[in-house]
Design a binder for this molecule. Structure first.
Ligand code: GRG
Length: 314
């Protein structure tokens, strides 16, 4: 159903990535051609189609949110010093930090040229606000590094900002393109927010549960950075004092020498299951927001995304 539409999005992506500057062309195509799940563009398309809008602006905005996502990945991999993304070497590992950051800037500012082209002030407002909140989320996360006493609420705030906000904006754009009522728009946005939260909870869980080969990134990366994510916070809450001390120390020092023991504690205390339960609860919240949409294959696909987001292993 969506395959033809997604091809149109890919065509916009290819056309809009073009630059006469060889380094930009090389790096931008390197990361974009590695694939990725294209979930954010899918949200723009599914919500606009579900609400009856079929104009070409939906392809432009679907590509725009993917560009914003791509720019954040380029920057994030530099900040995190990550070596692996989408199953291959990161752009920073291959081309260096400076080139990665600057090409990220190119992709990010190209996204702004694209959003202006649809000529709607609300679209600009939504994406300007979303990108600003994403940056806030990253700074908040930076401030929370190496803090084993982070509260679950503060952790949730970070993931709403850094990840769920772009899902929310993508869904909201579909509603705005369709001139939906304020009430419908709010429901679409709430779907995106809940799905994005679910998505990041699973992302954080996979860092302790997944296999590097399947995941396309290195397991244990979060711990290496001293990132206090929900699986660790819950394992500390549930573990005995020796287990708690081991995890505290690992977060404080970004210590991965005892990673396998920590993975074992996370698993044994039920922190994995509890994190997946939290993700499932968010996905169910998202599913319930779909009641405002008319019945259609698009609405079914949005429901299917909720199920898949919780079950995914990559
Ligand atoms: C350029 C606006 C701007 C901000 C820079 C570095 C930064 C500030 C933000 C990074 C935010 C970030 C990387 C959040 C994590 C989002 C996330 C879950 C990424 C993985 O998304 P998937 O699984 O990736 O959709 P694929 O590879 O499928 O596209």
């Amino acid at each position: 159903m969506m395959a033809g539409d997604m091809r149109q999005v890919d065509a916009v992506i290819q056309r809009r990535l073009a630059s006469d500057v060889a380094m930009i062309d090389k790096i931008a195509h390197y990361i974009i051609s590695a694939g990725g799940k294209r979930i954010r563009p899918m949200l723009v398309l599914l919500f606009s189609s579900a609400l009856g809008f079929n104009g070409p602006e939906r392809f432009e905005l679907a590509a725009t949110v993917e560009f914003i996502h791509t720019a954040t990945l380029l920057h994030d991999d530099v900040v995190d010093e990550s070596a692996l993304r989408r199953g291959r070497q990161t752009a920073n590992a291959l081309f260096g930090n400076a080139a990665s950051v600057l090409v990220g800037d190119f992709v990010y500012s190209r996204a702004f040229q694209m959003m202006v082209s649809v000529n709607r002030m609300r679209v600009l407002e939504i994406l300007a606000d979303a990108t600003n909140v994403i940056a806030e989320g990253e700074v908040l996360q930076l401030m929370n590094m190496h803090d084993p006493d982070l509260s679950v609420d503060d952790y949730l705030r970070v993931i709403r900002f850094k990840t769920a906000k772009l899902f929310e904006a993508s869904a909201r754009l579909g509603a705005v393109l369709s001139d939906a009522s304020a009430e419908v728009e709010a429901s679409c946005a709430a779907y995106g927010r809940a799905l994005g939260t679910s998505f990041q909870l699973i992302d954080d869980l996979l860092d302790y549960e997944g296999a590097t080969t399947e995941l396309g990134k290195n397991v244990g990366d979060d711990l290496r950075e001293g990132k206090p994510t929900l699986p660790l916070l819950l394992a500390m809450e549930r573990g005995n004092s020796a287990e708690r001390d081991l995890i505290r120390h690992a977060i404080e020092h970004g210590e991965v020498a005892r990673l396998s023991e920590i993975v074992d504690i996370v698993r044994r205390t039920g922190a994995i299951t509890a994190t997946r339960d939290a993700a499932r609860a968010e996905a169910e919240k998202a599913a319930n927001c779909l009641a405002v949409l008319p019945v259609s294959a698009y609405r079914e696909a949005l429901l299917e995304l909720c199920v898949r987001s919780v079950e995914r292993s990559s």
